[in-house]
Design a protein around this ligand. Structure first.
Ligand SMILES: [Zn+2]
Ligand SMILES: [Zn+2]
Length: 161
């Protein structure tokens, strides 16, 4: 039987630690970007899920930790998730290659590539089609924004490697 440790994450989504009982790693601000760090969901105060701890299990330290996109308790997007969506929308708003209607459709796809839902592959394929019309930097910016939080299904469709 395992349980989740509590993670500390900055508002931009950098984890300072995946286990807040390790106080040596905790800090009020992020050393990578200077943002404030949080350990609970701003909407409902539930602890942010960190490392999944299994007592007496070896080899668990090798797993890399990515902060969750949504709160497991209230379902709200975490601040870093919202910031990623905002950044993507900002990028799309500059794309003169797309009509307003196309920009809107593209923006609606982004939340669906961050988690696995029935809409994930539909949205990922739409994004791929739009990217074909856009300059290369649009694709690499989007990749930088979402790479840590993307569903594997979406990643394989948009950026097969
Ligand atoms: Zn940070
Ligand atoms: Zn919550």
């Amino acid at each position: 039987m395992g349980c989740y440790k509590n993670a500390q994450v900055c508002l931009n989504g950098h984890a300072t630690t995946d286990d807040t009982t390790n106080t040596a790693l905790c800090s009020d601000f992020c050393s990578l970007c200077g943002e404030k760090t949080i350990t609970t969901c701003p909407s409902c105060d539930a602890p942010i899920r960190g490392r999944y701890h299994v007592p007496n299990a070896f080899g668990r330290m090798s797993m890399s930790y990515h902060p969750p996109a949504y709160c497991h308790h209230c379902g709200e997007p975490f601040p870093w998730t919202q910031r990623k969506l905002d950044a993507a929308q900002e990028l799309v708003a500059d794309m003169e290659e797309l009509t307003m209607e196309e920009q809107e459709k593209l923006n609606k796809c982004f939340p669906n590539i961050m988690t696995d839902t029935p809409m994930t592959s539909v949205s990922a394929n739409k994004i791929k089609r739009y990217l074909a019309k856009l300059p290369d930097y649009a694709g690499s910016c989007l990749r930088d924004i979402f790479v840590d939080v993307m569903s594997e299904t979406a990643k394989k469709i948009i950026w097969p490697s």
